[in-house]
Design a protein around this ligand. Structure first.
Ligand SMILES: *Cc1c(COP(=O)(O)O)cnc(C)c1O
Length: 470
């Protein structure tokens, strides 16, 4: 008790420290930020003293200032930071999913810095529609009659269900009632959309007759959902889009498919699993197809809805649409990414998600060697870093079982252990996010960008010099 009181009494007064630090940081950082950082630091020290976890205070004024300055720097740096993705998960939802290439970033900058024809028809001088900016391109690429884009695919599903099945029955297979993550569950979204869910079939098998037997006067929709993030294997069967379309036509009921990732390109020539492309589902005659902009497509967060003209028209007129609408930055970058898809070879190079997914393991091994060579000049690292084979993941709930052959820098930490090294990497000004496997830290080279390499080399040099503490 006595020690705690002594420590508490030794904590400096806010105004005193503020005066000292404002003198040092003159004109560099806003005074309110400096003051608030000092208050936060002292408050958390007070709590730690009372909890008994802080038993020693900084020894002199320099040490105090270093402590406060660190807090000030942190407070003054953006909350949304660049990080280095060493996880090997290409479409990492927590790390922002897809990256944009130079031309999309340029489009974003233009949309931010200048006025645009977002809702202005330049040829007539009258009001225009923001959707028309990308509709034609999407239709050309997918073969669909019409298209609209909204905030994300969750919104696309909600809006489509609400338009086509409000107060009506939607028939869906029990094997497709997926939870995507972030509490997006098909049954919940259906009920929020006003659709009445009618489940058919079994978890592993659903047949065309199951759908047909469930069709009544009240049926508004036959819904198919891509089970993106899980697989049922073994004795399974599901009904194809083609068969559902035939059934829908027979009973005059619309058919919708939520494709989730929605690739425009067959990636199987690059060793990835064959997934149905948007074009294939559209040509099967499905009335509405929904998919994400920032998963396999490699664009910004968006939900793309394509399909038959009359159905898309109804979706466009739904008043909910306004609440889910896409913003100009997304439209600008989405248009730019879509344009790359006119030539698949261009897309493979300039859409970062596609480039990372299709990078072959020889290329990744060479990237690793290049990094090691740069370290070799400064340090003897043999025991501390090794270049080893590993397996990376597609992510984004796509192709969940499929591993991508890759290479990684594998770090063997000393007595501190892998988790303390991992947390030190996270504490850096550009945090490095890694995997831990078998008590080792794994930096998968698939998701290390060219522009990350210099920074990564600096971080690894610090690691090799043991300049981190657990
Ligand atoms: C990812 C996914 C969604 C949600 O898409 P967001 O773009 O993340 O909103 C919906 N349905 C399926 C099948 C998905 O895989």
């Amino acid at each position: 008790m006595n020690i705690k009181n002594t420590l508490l009494r030794k904590l400096p007064k806010v105004d005193l420290v503020l005066g000292e630090l404002l003198l040092v940081n003159k004109n560099k950082i806003c005074g309110a930020i400096v003051k608030s950082a000092i208050q936060d630091t002292l408050q958390s020290m007070r709590q730690d003293i009372l909890a008994g976890t802080l038993t020693e205070l900084p020894v002199d004024q320099n040490a105090w200032h270093a402590l406060f300055n660190k807090a000030i720097q942190e407070k003054n740096s953006p909350n949304l930071k660049r990080v280095i993705n060493g996880t090997g998960v290409v479409i990492h939802t927590n790390l922002g999913r897809s990256l944009l290439g130079p031309s999309s970033i340029n489009a974003l900058q233009n949309a931010g810095a200048f006025f645009t024809n977002l809702e202005f028809d330049i040829s007539t001088g009258k009001r225009g529609s923001r959707y028309s900016l990308v509709e034609e391109i999407i239709c050309e690429l997918t073969g669909a009659e019409a298209a609209i884009v909204v905030n994300n695919n969750a919104a696309a599903v909600l809006l489509s269900l609400n338009t086509l099945s409000f107060n009506k029955e939607s028939i869906v297979s029990r094997g497709q009632l997926v939870e995507i993550g972030g509490s997006f569950r098909i049954p919940d979204v259906m009920s929020r959309s006003g659709a009445h869910m009618v489940e058919v079939g079994a978890t592993n098998r659903t047949h065309l007759l199951d759908y047909e037997n469930a069709i009544t006067e009240e049926t508004g929709l036959l819904l198919k959902v891509h089970t993106s993030n899980f697989r049922v294997i073994g004795f399974t069967s599901e009904v194809s889009a083609e068969d559902l379309v035939v059934l829908g036509k027979k009973h005059k009921v619309a058919v919708m498919e939520d494709l989730g990732s929605g690739s425009l390109m067959d990636l199987s020539p690059f060793g990835l699993p064959k997934e149905p492309t948007v074009q294939e589902i559209v040509s099967a005659g499905v009335d509405v197809v929904t998919f994400s902009g920032d998963k396999l497509l490699g664009g910004p967060q968006a939900g793309i809805i394509v399909g038959k003209k009359d159905v898309i028209e109804r979706i466009k007129r739904n008043p909910m649409n306004r609440a889910l609408r896409i913003d100009k930055f997304t439209l600008a970058s989405l248009e730019s990414v879509l344009r790359e898809y006119y030539d698949f070879d261009v897309a493979l190079e300039s859409v970062p998600t596609l480039a990372m997914l299709t990078a072959d393991s020889v290329f990744l091994e060479k990237k690793g060697r290049r990094i090691l060579r740069r370290l070799g000049k400064t340090c003897e690292y043999k025991d501390l870093i090794a270049l080893e084979k590993t397996v990376s993941r597609v992510g984004g709930g796509a192709m969940p079982e499929h591993g991508l052959d890759s290479w990684a820098l594998v770090l063997t930490p000393g007595t501190d252990g892998a988790s303390s090294l991992e947390s030190w990497f996270r504490s850096l000004s550009i945090p490095l996010i890694v995997r831990i496997e078998n008590e080792k830290v794994v930096i998968d080279l698939r998701t290390i960008l060219e522009d990350d390499i210099s920074e990564l080399v600096i971080i690894l040099e610090q690691y090799l010099r043991r300049e981190y503490t657990g």
